[in-house]
Design a binder for this molecule. Structure first.
Ligand code: NAP
Length: 896
């Protein structure tokens, strides 16, 4: 319905007449305030509905002793107005709750925002009125509201979680929740106090409560990692960076992974000595900066359990150095989750508090709470009499504030609670299919709590308000994501969740803290900068994935998925695009080899394994170099003969070093990487014949090399996959050697360039059609190309060893790999395929760069072990859990 008609309809009603606005906002915290400011500037009529008595959101409610931010305040601030920045100076590195609340009040005053906020007002119901194309809101205070757009600025941690402990009502003493702390304070002096919960709220409040209370008993279910905040003035190095170039500093934050301007670490933990790692850790510990210690130690700290465990060990050392009683120290040490997978806490004197004589720690893992009684708390081992219980038990995070607070009914009477019954479904974390004109700021599916919220809030608000203005200007009255776009985003979310270790912890990030809540990683783990670029790309691609309608304009729907690539593949390809490299085929063979060598120097070093030994073997026309990669466990091990990639032109026996090391670690088998001869110096069939000769020699000399005599396996990537496939055919036809299985990773199998993948993926995915053309020209004359020694798909494929064939969605070679797998299977060869969604030609060999390739390499390792007759255990490396594996993890693993 046109706005004019709505206004006319509104004007004739008096009692209970809905207040008509363009946009209604729920919440007047960081997000709600900025929304009001932007909406007003963009010319929208607005109202914000706020349950609290004043602005502040989370900082209005969380007034417990010790409440502070855990992102440095210079970063945890609005940046949209340089004059605002100039007008406010923070007094401390981490501001207290009262100071942050004053800041938000200052912002509200400065932009006169309170006049559009209805305080003390809770929305009790929100329904989409299909005919009017408006949201109709009822509230518990004042007139209903009718709005064109409805925006939840409700925060991620605003719905406190019930304590789920029997007997709370029976307790006769005082009860407080950190998330709803009385505004006039609480006098705990001389009282026996219990604190239940040791998350950030508990850890911040416990030292101050201990100073006041006669006795404090802390009931801890799960220990958390806590780091000293070293609060004080804002650090001079950060301040001078900010003041030196404020705009650049802020921009770096916007493009960063966590919303705080720190660079990406490139050194991996295994490249650093113990002393170097300790020095980095001590420096970080001394800084008192959560984002620094979470991101700046080594590149693998947040993505790999081994790199992460090094930090866990160092923090546990710190705990035992501070806490005098060894049993208490041990109970305070987290062992059940990777560092950072659960939000670590910033503390002031937290661990030292347990050295006080008036503080007792009760380890609920050993003695669970049985009940709360009239006089205190009873565990399986004791009863503790207390006057006060403080629940620091957390929140129904992310979805709680949106889903549980009031019924939201969308198109066709669909309830948001029902739509989210199996976990939140969103597009970009901002919108939900079936809920037109409905937006969330920092909702599930957005970086939100895994980022500096101030940066994410500004990005979300800017994006939403800019879109609303653009829609209005174009005459559209509704916007809604499509089913396909939302499903794509959920897949992308699952892909992203394999990037970090968040899936390996029971946390409010995954919903595991609320009994019965569906579990899965709720925030977007792909990073703030990448998320921003995706949102921008959605706009530049014509509002990709949104359906727009209006009374006087043709409906518009450019349907599709925002991200089809794996998240880290997208980053790699974007980075390569910014380098603006000349095509490899324009460099000449020597130039291309030099380029590849340089390129490889920039990648993370391969991981440590048992041993690496170089040697030469006799080829048909002279020695061929090889490199043996041995597992750490004592041998002899089954032998895998490996052929590197490089289009028969590039690379050598060392060029796939990280991949060989990774596979050795995962399979527990020995890899012998062969330096076959290259074109154009040695054209077809040299590489194929070298591969076959090397395989035969290695099989005959397996024992001398330290391997297990008997059948060998062959493996190869790209042109190396071609050589591995050809070797299997030659071995079958020439009476050996005995090959137990073949791993073909993105193999070249045919000379035909007409399959769809050669067109779909001709450019933009590093290996291009033109580069393949060049490789073929250098290696093989047109007349020779149908020879099975270079096009094994044209050879006889029956009677070959069992195969595991990996193909990547965004690879020109995809379809010929699939064709070869299907041909072998049709001929009776046992074949398993991995069709890797969202991956490109180099995904699996870019070990420790394309992290989402790890589950695929697990499958390859399983296949090789199966071929070798070994039991199925593989070293999962970065995949194995610290304990509980969440469904989010399983979803993500299945998605790859
Ligand atoms: P939280 O991290 O979820 O911690 C809740 C604590 O209560 C956990 O130790 C939990 O144990 C325990 N718990 C919950 N139910 C329990 C039960 N029935 N029996 C015994 N123990 C129970 O909540 P939070 O401390 O309020 O922090 C939530 C988030 O808010 C933080 O992660 C942070 O992002 C934000 N926050 C930030 C700051 C800051 O520094 N700026 C301060 C406070 C909060 P389990 O772990 O075993 O479930």
């Amino acid at each position: 319905m046109p706005d004019a008609m709505v206004a006319a309809r509104a004007s004739d009603a008096a009692r209970g007449t809905p207040r008509q606005v363009d946009v209604a906002v729920v919440g007047a915290g960081f997000a709600g305030l900025y929304l009001l400011h932007r909406l007003r500037k963009a010319g929208f009529t607005t109202v914000a509905l706020e349950e609290a008595g004043d602005v502040g959101g989370t900082w209005y409610w969380n007034r417990y002793p010790g409440a502070r931010c855990d992102i440095q305040t210079i970063d945890y601030s609005y940046t949209f107005d340089p004059e605002l920045e100039a007008a406010w100076t923070w007094s401390e590195k981490y501001a207290t709750q009262p100071e942050i609340l004053r800041y938000l009040g200052f912002v509200a005053d400065r932009y006169e925002l309170r006049r559009d906020i209805r305080f003390g007002t809770k929305v009790t119901e929100a329904s989409w009125d299909e005919a009017a194309e408006r949201w109709q809101l009822t509230t518990d205070n004042g007139a209903p509201v009718s709005c064109r757009h409805y925006i939840m600025a409700t925060g991620c941690l605003s719905a406190p979680k019930p304590p789920e402990i029997d007997g709370v009502k029976d307790f006769k003493g005082e009860v407080y929740f950190t998330g709803r702390w009385p505004h006039d304070g609480v006098n705990l002096a001389g009282k026996r106090v219990a604190v239940i919960g040791t998350g950030s709220s508990g850890i911040q409040s416990i030292p101050l409560i201990a100073e006041q209370a006669a006795h404090l008993t802390v009931f801890q279910r799960t220990p958390n990692f806590a780091l000293p905040a070293h609060n004080g003035p804002a650090p001079s190095d950060r301040m001078s960076l900010l003041q030196g170039d404020r705009a650049a500093y802020r921009e770096q934050a916007r493009q960063s992974m966590a919303g705080v301007p720190y660079p990406q670490q490139t050194a991996v933990s295994w490249q650093l000595s113990d002393a170097e790692r300790r020095a980095r850790f001590e420096e970080a510990w001394g800084k008192g900066d959560l984002v620094y210690i979470l991101t700046q130690l080594w590149a693998d700290q947040a993505v790999d359990v081994d790199g992460n465990r090094l930090i866990c060990d160092l923090i546990r050392e710190k705990i035992s150095a501070v806490v005098k009683d060894p049993e208490t120290a041990a109970a305070l040490m987290p062992h059940d989750h990777p560092f950072g997978a659960k939000r670590p806490c910033l503390d002031t004197n937290y661990y030292a508090t347990y050295n006080r004589s008036n503080v007792t720690l009760v380890n609920l893992r050993q003695e669970p709470i049985k009940a709360i009684t009239a006089g205190g708390i009873t565990t399986a081992r004791r009863s503790v009499d207390v006057d006060v219980i403080v629940f620091a038990t957390g929140f129904d995070a992310m979805t709680g504030a949106i889903r549980a607070v009031h019924p939201i009914t969308g198109r066709g009477g669909k309830s948001l609670s029902d739509v989210w019954a199996q976990g939140p479904q969103t597009y970009l974390g901002l919108t939900v299919e079936g809920f037109p004109n409905f937006f969330m700021i920092t909702g599930p599916g957005s970086p939100s709590v895994l980022s500096n919220m101030a940066v994410s809030i500004e990005q979300h608000v800017d994006w939403v308000v800019d879109r609303l203005a653009a829609l209005r200007d174009a005459g559209f009255t509704t916007i809604e994501p499509t089913e396909a776009a939302q499903a794509g985003w959920n897949r992308h979310m699952a892909d992203c969740s394999t990037l970090t270790l968040h899936r390996l912890a029971n946390t409010w990030y995954t919903g595991a803290n609320v009994p019965g809540k569906v579990q899965g990683v709720m925030p977007y783990t792909g990073g703030v900068g990448p998320y921003r670029s995706i949102c921008d790309e959605v706009v530049s691609r014509g509002m990709l994935g949104f359906r727009l309608t209006g009374p006087n304009v043709a409906a518009q729907c450019n349907d599709g998925e925002a991200v089809r690539l794996q998240p880290d593949v997208r980053l790699v390809l974007n980075l390569l695009a910014t380098l603006n490299l000349p095509p490899i085929e324009s460099m000449g063979a020597l130039g291309a080899r030099a380029f590849v060598n340089e390129f490889n120097k920039g990648r993370p070093a391969g991981r440590p394994i048992g041993d690496v030994v170089d040697g030469t073997l006799p080829g048909t026309d002279g020695p061929l170099p090889y490199r043996v990669y041995k597992p750490a466990a004592p041998g002899p091990h089954p032998v895998v003969v490996y052929f590197h990639g490089g289009g028969w032109v590039l690379g050598d026996e060392q060029s796939d070093d990280p991949f060989c090391r990774d596979m050795v670690r995962r399979t527990g088998m020995m890899f012998v990487s062969v330096g076959y001869r290259h074109a154009p110096e040695h054209r077809f069939p040299t590489a194929a014949e070298d591969g076959y000769a090397a395989t035969r020699w290695i099989a005959e000399h397996a024992a001398e090399l330290g391997g297990k005599p008997g059948p060998v396996l062959v493996a190869g990537w790209s042109a190396g996959g071609n050589i591995a496939a050809v070797t299997c055919q030659l071995a079958r036809d020439r009476g050996g050697p005995d090959i137990a299985g073949q791993l073909l990773l993105c193999p070249v199998t045919d000379c035909d360039f007409d399959r769809p993948s050669y067109n779909d993926n001709a450019t933009g995915y590093f290996l291009t059609r033109s580069l393949m053309d060049w490789f073929w020209d250098l290696y093989c004359s047109p007349a020779d190309r149908i020879d099975p020694r270079v096009s094994p798909l044209r050879g006889k494929v029956a009677g070959l060893p069992p195969a595991f064939v990996v193909t990547c969605e965004f690879d020109p070679l995809r379809d010929e790999g699939i064709a070869y797998a299907e041909a072998m299977a049709a001929a009776g060869v046992p074949v398993q395929q991995l069709k890797a969604r969202g991956h490109f030609h180099s995904s699996f060999t870019m070990v420790d760069v394309v992290i989402t390739g790890a589950p695929g390499r697990v499958q390859m390792a399983e296949a090789l072990r199966r071929f070798a007759g070994l039991p199925p255990e593989v070293s999962l490396g970065d995949e194995h859990s610290h304990g509980h594996t969440s469904p989010g993890h399983r979803i993500a693993a299945a998605a790859s």
